[in-house]
Design a binder for this molecule. Structure first.
Ligand code: ADP
Ligand code: MG
Ligand code: ZN
Length: 491
C-alpha cells in the first residue's frame, strides 16, 4: 500500500482595521448593525465613480510585510478580478494579481507565498419575506472594506499546524494593531487547500488539490482537513482520481461537500486596474513604519524566557494575553524597587517572579474572568499592592491559602495587603511556643493516625498538618508544623 502524505497550503483573509474603506471615504465599522449605513456610490459600484486607494491600509500591509520578513517591492499595483456575483456590484473586485505588497516571508515555520490587499465584498443575507418567499438581501456596509489575503506555500504536513499557524497569524495581526481578526465576526476567514502527495523517486510529488471554504474557526479548519485526508485517501486507494474542485465545510454534517469544479486564473480575466495609478512604495516612510512596529510575539517569547526565566508554557500564556503580560512586567519592576538589590541577584528572586506569574495567571485571572474584566490594570489590585503581597508570601509572613484570600479582598475592595493582614490578624504563625499546644492536642485526640505515623506511614503526617491548618484558619507555617509534628510524634 502507498503512503500518502498530506500537502496543505492556507489562504487566510483578514479585514484591516482602518478608519475608512479601501477606495472611498465611508466608515469601516465592523460593529455597525444597521444594514446599508456606511455606503456611497463608490462602494456601491455606481458607474462613473473613481476609487482612491487608502494610504493607511497600504501602511498596514507594509507593517505586516516587515513583521513576517517578506520582501516589499519598490512599486506595486492593483488589478481587476472579473466575475459576476450580486455581492460584487461592479462586476469585478479590485485586488492584486502579479505584484502584491508582500512577497514571501515566514511565520511559525510556515513559508509564505505572498500577502496582498483587496476589497471585501458585500454581505448577502438569505431569509423569508412577510409572505414566506425566500429572498436574498444585500448589505453593502462591508463592501469595499480593506481585506488582506495571505497565501502560504503548500508546506504544511500536519493538521495541527493549521490551528497553530492560524492562531499565530491572528496574534501577530492583533499585536500590529492592523486587525481584530475575530473569526466569529468574520473578520478573519481561512481556506484550506489540501492534496495527498506520494513519494516518487525519493521526492514528494503533490497530488491534485482541493480547496475547502466556508470554515468558521481553526477547529473547523482542522476537522475539514482530517475529513479531506480520509476522503481523498479512500478514493486513491480504490484507484480513483481526485477532482480539482472547491468544496465547502458542512459543519452540522461534519463533512465537505462539492461546490464547484475549480476555475483557473484566466477565467477571471485579470488586468491592471486602470483607475488607480501604480503605488510607489518608495514614497512611504518605511523607517517610520518600522519604528512603529511593537515587540512582536516571537521577540516577546525570547525575552520573557531570558529575562524572567519562565517556562515555555508560562511564556505562551503571557504572549497570548498582552494586558496580563504588561501588568506582569509592572509587578516585576515594582518588586525590583521594593526589595534589595542583593535579593534580586539571589535564587529567591526566581521564586518571587514565579509567585508573580502564578498569582497573575491563575488567581487574579480567575477573579477577572468571573468579573468580566479583561485587563488587570482595570482592577482594584495595583501592581504595587500585588508586589507587596508577593513579598509577604516569599518571606513566609503569610501562607499560600491566606495569600489567596488576601488577593481576593484586594480584588474586591482594593488596598495594601500589609494593612489587610494586620487588620484581620492573618500573619503566618511560626512561633513554636504557640504551635506546640495545638499540635499536641491533635496528637492526643487522634491516637490512630499517631500510631500509623510511628509505623512509618508518612501520609499520617499530612493528616496532622491539614488538621492543624484547619484549626489555625490557614495561618500556621506548614514547614514549622511539619517539623513539630515529626518531633512530637516520635517522642
Ligand atoms: P490557485 O491558483 O488555484 O489559487 P495557488 O497555486 O495560488 O492555486 O495555491 C493556492 C493555495 O493552494 C496555496 O495555499 C498553495 O500552497 C496551495 N496549493 C497549491 N498546490 C497545492 C497542492 N498540490 N496540494 C495542496 N495545496 C496546494
Ligand atoms: Mg486562490
Ligand atoms: Zn463608500
Amino acid at each position: 500500500m502507498k503512503t500518502y502524505i498530506p500537502v496543505i497550503g492556507l489562504e487566510i483573509h483578514a479585514e484591516l482595521k482602518t478608519k475608512t474603506k479601501m477606495f472611498c471615504g465611508c466608515l469601516n465599522d465592523p460593529n455597525e448593525t444597521r444594514p446599508n449605513i456606511n455606503i456611497c456610490p463608490v462602494c456601491m459600484g455606481h458607474p462613473g465613480t473613481l476609487p482612491v486607494a487608502n494610504k493607511a491600509a497600504i501602511e498596514q500591509m507594509i507593517k505586516i510585510g516587515m513583521a513576517v520578513g517578506g520582501e516589499i517591492p519598490a512599486t506595486s499595483k492593483f488589478d481587476r478580478k472579473n466575475y459576476f456575483y450580486p455581492d460584487i456590484p461592479k462586476g469585478y473586485q479590485i485586488t492584486q494579481y502579479d505584484v502584491p505588497f508582500v512577497f514571501g516571508g515566514n511565520l511559525k515555520g510556515v513559508q509564505l507565498t505572498r500577502v496582498h490587499l483587496e476589497e471585501d465584498t458585500a454581505s448577502s443575507i438569505h431569509q423569508k419575506d412577510a409572505t414566506g418567499n425566500e429572498v436574498s438581501l444585500i448589505d453593502f456596509n462591508r463592501a469595499g472594506v480593506p481585506l488582506m489575503e495571505l497565501v502560504t506555500e503548500p508546506c504544511i504536513r500536519e493538521v495541527k499546524q493549521i490551528g497553530e499557524f492560524g492562531r499565530e497569524l491572528q496574534l501577530l495581526l492583533r499585536y500590529l494593531g492592523v486587525s481584530d481578526a475575530d473569526m466569529e465576526k468574520g473578520q478573519m476567514r481561512v481556506e484550506v487547500n489540501l492534496s495527498l502527495g506520494t513519494i516518487v523517486d525519493g521526492e514528494l510529488k503533490f497530488g491534485t488539490k482541493v480547496e475547502v471554504k466556508n470554515i468558521g474557526s481553526f477547529n473547523m479548519a482542522e476537522r475539514a482537513a482530517e475529513y479531506e485526508i480520509k476522503r481523498q485517501r479512500e478514493i486513491l486507494e480504490k484507484g480513483g482520481v481526485i477532482d480539482q474542485e472547491t468544496r465547502g465545510w458542512n459543519d452540522p454534517g461534519q463533512k465537505t461537500v462539492s461546490q464547484r469544479k475549480k476555475e483557473s486564473s484566466h477565467d477571471y480575466r485579470y488586468f491592471p486596474e486602470p483607475d488607480i495609478p501604480p503605488i510607489d512604495l518608495a514614497k512611504f516612510d518605511l523607517r517610520k513604519l518600522k519604528a512603529e512596529l511593537p515587540e512582536l510575539p516571537a521577540q516577546k517569547r525570547v525575552r520573557f524566557a531570558d529575562e524572567y526565566g519562565l517556562t515555555a508554557g508560562q511564556v505562551e500564556v503571557l504572549v497570548f494575553d498582552r494586558p496580563l503580560a504588561g501588568y506582569f512586567e509592572e509587578v516585576v519592576s515594582e518588586l525590583k524597587t521594593e526589595v534589595d538589590e542583593s535579593r534580586v541577584a539571589s535564587r529567591e528572586w526566581k521564586k518571587m517572579v514565579q509567585l508573580a506569574v502564578n498569582y497573575l495567571t491563575s488567581d487574579l485571572k480567575g477573579l477577572m474572568i468571573s468579573a468580566g474584566i479583561d485587563d488587570p490594570a482595570k482592577t482594584k489590585v495595583t501592581a504595587e499592592n500585588l508586589a507587596d503581597l508577593i513579598i509577604l508570601a516569599a518571606d513566609d509572613k503569610i501562607g499560600s491559602r491566606v495569600a489567596k484570600d488576601v488577593l481576593k479582598k484586594m480584588f474586591e475592595s482594593g488596598g495594601d495587603p500589609n494593612v489587610i493582614i494586620k487588620e484581620q490578624g492573618l500573619e503566618q504563625v511560626s512561633d513554636e511556643a504557640l504551635l506546640i499546644p495545638v499540635c499536641q492536642q491533635l496528637i492526643d485526640a487522634n491516637p490512630g493516625p499517631a500510631a500509623d505515623f510511628k509505623e512509618g506511614k508518612e501520609a499520617a503526617l499530612q493528616f496532622f498538618i491539614g488538621r492543624a491548618m484547619g484549626a489555625l484558619k490557614g495561618k500556621g507555617n506548614p514547614a514549622v508544623l511539619q517539623k513539630l509534628f515529626r518531633e512530637l510524634l516520635t517522642k
